[in-house]
Write a protein that binds this ligand. Structure first.
Ligand code: NAP
Length: 247
């Protein structure tokens, strides 16, 4: 049933990986979920179907988060169909790794545009609805790389570091409107993104994780759902690491 009292969440990059797990988890919390993705129609449909068969409500929005017109259209469409956006999870992200001397300018821009400009655009166009309601939750999926930096990931680390600074600035800007803004900084979570890592890199990382395992997307989804909840109403401007105790 299209209950107007239910919260509405937009989760970017929700066709796969962490975004998929976050969208599914939010739906179990009685939240209507707009599933954004770039191109993978099949996977996105499966996420919507999974939510639907569990009794939740989901809609699909194919849009490039780095494209201002596409983001404007998407947020307008959600507001038209569901009346509002209460929760925004800026999760869409890419890696294009290379050591800096070999990093093409286009690769730098691509990562900045998706991982940082995308969050700026989605926040800009989702924020008005939250301001009008005097309630909102913005959750930015950053990375440990944004705190400590990773060799071969200067573009990704800079974008995620920028996203963390963006989180803090926005928390100050919209706190008086009862909107919380937090960042999640995952360590190594088993998704397609980390699946591409060479085995030697995985073997080197594992002994550094206190819990002795890579994280699961559901670990991150639980944290995102908590930050999106009423219960997290006094938590803002925080960067919460979820890395199994990576040292
Ligand atoms: P993933 O499995 O590669 O999935 C990426 C998702 O982002 C897909 O849904 C993809 O859509 C979407 N996407 C990519 N570019 C987009 C664009 N321009 N516009 C809209 N959607 C776009 O990645 P993941 O591992 O789940 O990572 C999710 C987030 O967590 C990223 O921000 C990543 O940096 C962060 N993170 C992940 C880890 C980890 O260990 N996995 C650790 C730290 C931080 P399509 O399916 O249509 O391509």
């Amino acid at each position: 049933m299209n209950d107007p009292d239910k919260k509405v969440a937009l989760v970017t990059g929700a066709s796969r990986g962490l975004g998929r797990a976050i969208a599914i988890k939010l739906a179990t919390c009685d939240i209507k979920v707009a599933i954004n993705y770039l191109a993978n129609d099949e996977e996105a449909k499966k996420v919507a179907q999974k939510i639907g068969t569990s009794g939740g409500m989901a809609m699909l929005y194919r849009a490039d988060v780095s494209d201002a017109n596409a983001v404007r259209q998407m947020t307008r469409q959600i507001a038209k169909e569901w009346g509002k956006i209460d929760i925004l999870v800026n999760n869409a992200g890419i890696v294009r790794d290379a050591f800096l001397l070999h990093m093409p300018e286009g690769t730098w821009d691509e990562v900045m545009n998706t991982n940082l400009r995308g969050a700026y655009l989605c926040t800009k166009y989702a924020l008005r609805s939250m301001m009008e309601q005097g309630w909102g939750r913005i959750i930015n999926v950053a990375s440990l790389a944004g705190l400590v930096g990773n060799a071969g990931q200067a573009n990704y680390s800079a974008a995620k570091g920028g996203l963390i600074a963006f989180t803090k600035a926005m928390a100050r800007e919209v706190g008086p409107r009862n909107i919380t803004v937090n960042a999640i900084a995952p360590g190594f979570i088993g998704t397609e993104m980390t699946g591409k890592l060479p085995q030697e890199a995985k073997d080197a990382i594992l002994p550094r994780i206190s819990l002795g395992r890579f994280g699961a997307a559901s670990d991150v989804a639980e944290l995102a759902a908590f930050l999106a909840s009423q219960a997290a109403g006094y938590i803002t401007a925080q960067v919460i690491c979820i890395d199994g105790g990576l040292i």
